[in-house]
Unconditional design. Structure first.
Ligand code: ADE
Length: 244
């Protein structure tokens, strides 16, 4: 299916802070993708689904301890209502540091979906029954603790949207990105050819496209070996000069 025939990838973001997303979703690639009709973003305030007269969504943990825990009722009500707003119900991702680690492979997989529902937590975390009772995949954006899932939702949305066919103007850009082929990306240079004594490698000025492609491949592998040898260990089947 071509980029134009494909239905827009729909994102629903469930959060206590819908206002923080505006600038991210409006600007740059994410904004352009929406303008092109390739994606749509829908923000939902979990507080709107609280049955409490003060719109409370959290409470103290049973058994004591610090912080507050997000309650089941508003989260279940919000998730259920949002999932019914459109077809299909979509992939429901619960954002938590305890989840499966988000990576480029998962971003690629998600870019082929029709709908992604992102559930952002706050405070000490979710009542365990949210995890148990909702058909959610738990996803983490890294081994550190954020104050809430909102930055994680922005990270995931950004990484996925740029892979949706038709979003990036230049067809090559996403293909040569770091991780696209399991390697870090090669170095880029633009004018001038020399800046403060640092010269652009001669090969890039040579006009020899085969030599440039070779240099970039080797550079990508060299960088990956230097900085992220763990990536090569995962997929070390091709020697440098044959890699392509
Ligand atoms: N919420 C808090 N920390 C997080 C993380 N590392 N990934 C996803 N959601 C989170």
């Amino acid at each position: 299916m071509s980029a134009t025939e494909r239905p827009a990838l729909r994102f629903d973001i469930l959060t206590l802070f819908p206002d923080v997303f505006g600038p991210f979703l409006d600007s740059s690639i994410l904004g352009i993708a929406r303008q092109k009709g390739l994606v749509s973003y829908h923000l939902h305030d979990i507080r709107d689904y609280s049955l409490d007269k003060h719109r409370k969504v959290d409470d103290r943990p049973y058994g004591g301890g610090p912080g507050m825990v997000m309650q089941c009722e508003p989260v279940f009500r919000c998730c259920e209502a949002v999932r019914q707003m459109a077809e299909p119900a979509g992939r429901l991702l619960l954002l938590t540091p305890q989840g499966r680690r988000f990576d480029q492979a998962l971003a690629r997989e998600l870019s082929g979906e029709q709908r992604i529902v992102l559930l952002c937590g706050r405070y000490e975390g979710f009542d365990e029954r949210i995890r148990l009772g909702l058909p959610a995949e738990e996803i983490s954006v890294g081994d550190y603790v954020l104050s809430g899932g909102e930055p994680a939702a922005v990270v995931i949305t950004d990484a996925v949207v740029r892979l949706v066919p038709g979003v990036l103007g230049h067809g090559e850009s996403a293909r040569s990105d770091s991780f696209a082929d399991g390697l870090l990306e090669y170095a880029h240079y633009t004018r001038p050819p020399e800046f403060r004594g640092m010269r652009v490698p001669d090969v890039l000025l040579s006009g020899d496209h085969a030599a440039i492609a070779r240099w970039r491949r080797d550079e990508a592998r060299r960088r990956t070996r230097e900085r992220r040898s763990d990536l090569l260990e995962e997929d070390d089947t091709t020697p440098e000069t044959q890699h392509g």
